[in-house]
Design a protein around this ligand. Sequence first.
Ligand code: PLP
Length: 379
Amino acid sequence: MADWLLQPETLAAHALGGVDEATGAIIPPIHPSTTYERDTDLGYARGRCYSRADNPTYDAAADTLTALEGGSQTLLFASGMAAATAVFQALDPADHVLVPKVMYWALRSWLLGFATRWGLEVEPVETGDLDAVRAALQPGRTKLVWVESPANPLWSVTDIAAMAELAHGIGAKLVVDSTVATPVLTKPLALGADIVMHSATKYLNGHSDVVAGTLTTAADDAFWARIKSVQVQIGGVLGPFEAWLLQRGMRTLFARMRWQCDSAQALAEQLEGHAKVAEVLYPGLPSFPGHAIAKRQMIGGFGGMLSIRVAGGEDDAIAVAARLKVWKRATSLGGVESLVEHRASIEGPGSPVPRDLLRLSVGLEATEDLFADLVEALG
Ligand code: PLP
């Protein structure tokens, strides 16, 4: 190990790992074992008992993310949804939570359709409007504020430091879904958040071949202990093979993110003036409403996600997606291949997404090919 503080790029490239002294292996092994030997006195001196709680293969991915987020501990979950819902399941019935009006639709749908039936009071609020957030906070009752930044699929940017101050002012926790920003571009814990969540299915793994979720905490406190017990008892854990793939994916996170940011920025700028594009939504554009906050909060780039509103309306948007050859029509984001999706038809009634919007996840292809494909499809 070097005798200076290593940069995050280096930590990620090595997944914190050294060389295994016994074998010389520079890549960590996969431990498929679900269970571990008990000592003769029935204890577990070696620290592990059963893989619903822990497994050595989880450590490389979890510890790497803890280091990149600047947290104290990370839990790996079977999906981003398993990670997000574990946070809400750690609350008590009748607790009040604030969530963004624009957020990942399946979580919004679970919160409003399921969590409320179990007694949580869920209040959607415009998290970009600090006065609205201040007015919605209920001292003594609001236990958690949830933020997603940039928020899928309009990419609205929320001031995390300001939200942390507001939440902590009444003793509530702030949790940030930082799936789109990744630790390369935003450090929610350094900005005051208590917990940062990722759908690791996206950029962290980066290859569209693992469904996973993560939570990283700033403090190992009582709320975190409740989240851990939700995970261990309900069992939404990642398999060892998926955890191994996740640590492998994170090794190239910085290189991928930087390429994807540069490509998305170039595409957003080129598409902004296009006659068939009514609006480009991308935090890196000076015309974007949240650009000033994004410039302050995001480090070295504005992400690989953008959306376009097609001038001809919904039918034209769907026709444009149908004509694309390089972009693949598929849900999800953050992989090496570029994806396009008509979000309004996926999200259904109640979605705040305009019907003329196409969501674009920029992959690692040549930007020229992605742009040429879009221009041809736009007609
Ligand atoms: N958060 C965001 C921003 C997402 O885009 C997604 C999935 O698309 C999720 C959470 C849910 O993650 P998963 O699909 O891994 O359950």
